[in-house]
Design a protein. Structure first.
Lengths: 340, 484
């Protein structure tokens, strides 16, 4: 409220695990962590509601105690993010193509608006089409429309069985296989390619996982190294991420190998391609666009900003939404795009 | 009065057979699936291509004429009720499947493609489109996008918003807009999610890209009857608590069973207070395991009878009662009014008790069908519109049910939308500041307020008036009804 009255920009920040992420950081830090705690959780309703400052680890532990999980596998990076930060960033882990993205699990949010009002959108029920879906708009909004103070998420049971397979395959063959398998009734929950190997994770009923394992073949790494691989993939901690410049290309999953030098890390069954240090003269964005996708400069400098530029009609809508939700530009100015 | 130049201006940009202005041509468009709201539009246009849609929008924007887009007109909240001075834009002729990409598992569709046709076209590739609203033979993908339609399989497969990857279309000023696409994550705000379920207030969609899923090779249905509604409600919670996510979990109460059984001979237990239909799908091994677990949980929860459909035809027969619940209602009374509230599942018993009390209060009968897995309740109020005051009572009855849903932490609409029907109930669910935020979204997309005006977001004056009507002398109406 004071910030609004004085038009003082605020930088909303939870645990700071994503300080490296997105465009510029500006404004006085407003630490969201004091506003924490699980508000309600009824396992048989498959819904958890928590305040923004609640640590992801606290939520995951509460869910695990009842055999449930956040199916979008939010990345924690180098720390323990807050749930507010997880939803504001809207990032999802390896399970995303098979279980859904962060936004798919958002049922409701409470927003502290620029005028200091508490606005509730969505709710705690699975189906809700009353009014515009502002809750999902806020997921991935990077705090530019206001501060998410509370969030209700759909949760799912932990799969009864899980198995990881590793198959030695060139990237092109892995891409073809990932897409073929995704079109078959297999209990996939992860499909990645890294350093000459396809990693496939299966989750579901024990009988289905067993049958799929036999069908797909490959070797079964020990549980510890499998677990380490998937968590390193989710948290962007594989050795590739030690590079100074990282590009993240979001493309249709069946896109063949891209004409970029260096070995990529492929995730999401082909829909996500990571590249380190592409030559400066290469137009990575143009390559992504040609494939029907977009490219984000995940880390390092890019003259055109980190995020893929928005088409002008879409940019106009962004500017108008920002103007109406946060007319004085106090929330996370410039974090999503310059001028927003 | 409609704009005097409207018809001529539209004929200048569209072929003659795409513009309807004669009274008898307009009549079929005067209502959607909720016929209590009727309004003849000034003009109906039936474009065949996206460019024609753009021309219509440019013309209407220039003349400041409202535009209401319509799919197949199966909506149940009056979302496609025309505007008296406006253009009704039917997408019915834009009904081509543009592309099916079996490798990438997507389909690119024009908005008028009927929902079921997508799964039919994808079947040769072993794929299907998951959302299956009960009107899926007729309802269009464009309409599904506008309403964020659900169906009986949403608990496992999600709503339209979870299964649409991208849309193309135009804002009211004719500006082309592409949101989402075949790639998973795009930059910027999730305007696609905002547009899905926006009931035609933000843009007109001319192309939809949907996700296709592998068709489960095996499907089996368990039917259980219960001597008490509360017990059936607890059984639903017990299935979820056991870590099972069935493909569908539906419930019908005694009145609904009694209404459909003589009509479809589904083999329902007429002595039951409620029956549950629980479906499992997946590979044969997976389904066998899940069905055994479901049977065990339902038995432990006190099911009085339990049976698993032994064949595909028996499965279809068990489903036929549920799927014919609305036509059966039509046999019991001249008119019926289908509500669409969602509640936290644990309150289902309470809500059904309260509805029973309201039946006495309003002197109207109500049967209940329920997407029990996701808490979406469809009470069907039976009335006779020819009887004076009957519709008014049904209307109040319905509003009262929705207000109860809100009180219990639920919502006034799970899948049918607000349209014109639930404008008053929006005043109950949302504060003035929240409604102002909806208006802000509307203004960002459509500053002139010409796309489907008067829907979804109630005016301040309307809410003030509704508030006065609901509360007299500081007390809620019908203090005799149980409230929670």
């Amino acid at each position: 409220m004071a910030a609004h009255a004085e038009r003082r920009p605020l930088r909303l920040r939870g645990a700071g695990t994503k300080d490296f992420y997105a465009e510029s950081l500006a404004g006085e830090i407003l630490d969201t962590r004091p506003w924490q705690g699980i508000v309600s959780y009824d396992p048989s309703e498959l819904v958890i509601t928590a305040r923004c400052g609640t640590a992801l680890s606290e939520i995951e532990q509460a869910l695990a105690a009842h055999g449930q999980l956040l199916a979008f596998e939010p990345p924690g990076f180098a720390g323990d993010p807050t749930i507010g930060g997880v939803i504001a960033a809207g990032l999802s882990g390896p399970r995303r193509p098979y279980a859904g993205a962060a936004r798919d699990f958002v049922l409701g949010t409470t927003l502290l608006s620029a005028a200091g009002e508490r606005l509730r959108f969505g709710g705690q029920v699975m189906k809700n089409v009353a009014g515009f879906d502002v809750s999902r708009l806020l997921c991935g909004s990077l705090g530019i429309l206001g501060m998410i103070t509370e969030v209700s998420l759909k949760v799912l049971p932990v799969p009864r069985a899980e198995a990881t397979l590793r198959l030695e395959l060139p990237a092109a063959a892995a891409l073809e296989a990932f897409n073929r398998w995704a079109g078959a009734p297999l209990p996939l929950s992860g499909a990645a390619w890294w350093r000459g190997c396809a990693w496939v994770r299966l989750s579901g009923a024990p009988a289905a996982v067993r049958a799929a394992r036999e069908h797909l073949g490959g070797e079964v790494p020990d549980a510890q190294s499998a677990g380490q691989f998937w968590s390193a993939l989710r948290d962007c901690r594989l050795p590739l991420f030690e590079h100074e410049v990282m590009w993240r290309l979001s493309v249709p999953s069946a896109t063949p190998s891209l004409e970029l030098p260096g070995e990529p890390l492929i995730d999401w069954g082909g829909a996500l391609r990571w590249y380190a240090d592409p030559p400066a003269q290469l137009d990575v964005r143009a390559l992504a666009v040609a494939a029907g996708g977009t490219a984000q400069c995940w880390r390092g400098a890019s003259p055109t900003g980190r995020f893929h530029p928005l088409p002008s009609a879409v940019a106009t809508l962004h500017a108008r939404l920002k103007q109406r939700f946060d007319p004085h530009g106090i929330f996370n100015p410039g974090r999503l795009a310059a001028g927003l | 009065m409609a704009h005097p130049d409207l018809a001529a201006a539209l004929r200048a940009v569209l072929p003659a057979d795409c513009v309807l202005t004669q009274d008898e041509e307009l009549r079929p468009y005067e209502c959607d699936g909720l016929p209590v709201f009727r309004q003849r539009p000034a003009v109906v246009v039936l474009p065949r291509a996206a460019e024609q849609v753009r021309q219509v929008l440019l013309t209407c924007n220039r003349l400041k004429v409202p535009v209401v887009a319509r799919g197949s007109g199966t909506g149940l909240s009056g979302g496609a009720t025309p505007h008296a001075q406006g253009v009704l834009l039917s997408c019915a002729r834009m009904n081509r499947i543009l592309e099916i990409d079996p490798a990438g598992r997507t389909a690119r569709l024009e908005p008028g493609v009927p929902n079921l046709r997508v799964s039919e076209a994808a079947a040769v590739h072993g794929l299907f489109y998951a959302p299956d609203p009960s009107s899926q033979i007729a309802c269009s993908i464009g309409g599904n996008v506008a309403e964020n339609s659900g169906g009986v399989h949403c608990l496992k497969y999600g709503l339209t918003v979870h299964n649409v990857l991208g849309v193309r279309g135009f804002t009211m000023d004719g500006e082309p807009l592409e949101l989402g696409g075949r790639a998973a994550d795009g930059p910027g705000l999730d305007l696609l999610a905002l547009t899905i379920g926006s009931e035609g207030l933000l843009m007109v969609v001319t192309e939809v890209t949907v996700k296709l899923l592998p068709r489960p090779p095996c499907v089996r249905l368990v039917m259980a009857s219960f001597s008490e509604v509360h017990r059936a409600g607890d059984a639903v919670a017990a299935v979820i608590a056991a870590g099972i996510i069935p493909a569908a979990m539906e419930m019908m109460d005694r009145k609904a069973i009694a209404a459909v059984e003589p009509f479809v001979h589904a083999g329902y237990d007429l002595s039951a207070a409620a029956i549950l239909l629980v479906e499992a799908d997946g590979t044969a091994e997976e389904v066998a395991g899940q069905v055994a677990e479901i049977e065990q949980v339902l038995r432990d929860a006190g099911a009085s009878t339990l049976c698993v459909a032994s064949s595909e035809s028996e499965r279809a027969r068990f489903w036929s009662g549920r799927k014919n619940a609305f036509p059966a209602a039509g046999r019991l009374a001249p008119d019926y009014y289908c509500m669409d509230g969602t509640i936290p599942r644990r309150h289902v018993g309470k809500v059904l008790d309260a509805i029973a009390a309201m039946e006495i209060h309003y002197g109207l009968s109500c049967m209940n069908v329920f997407h029990a897995g996701d808490g979406n309740l469809h009470p069907v109020i039976l009335f006779d519109a020819n009887q004076t005051g009957s519709w008014e009572r049904a209307d109040r009855f319905g509003a009262e049910i929705l207000e109860l849903c809100v009180e219990l932490g639920g919502t006034i609409t799970g899948e049918h939308g607000v349209g014109v029907e639930k404008l008053n109930s929006m005043c109950v669910q949302f504060s003035p500041a929240e409604r102002a935020a909806f208006l802000a979204v509307k203004e960002a997309f459509d500053p002139a307020g010409l796309l489907n005006p008067g829907k979804v977001i109630p005016t301040l004056a309307r809410c003030a008036e509704y508030g006065r009507m609901r509360v007299h002398g500081g007390a809620l109406p019908h203090a005799d009804l149980p409230r929670f």
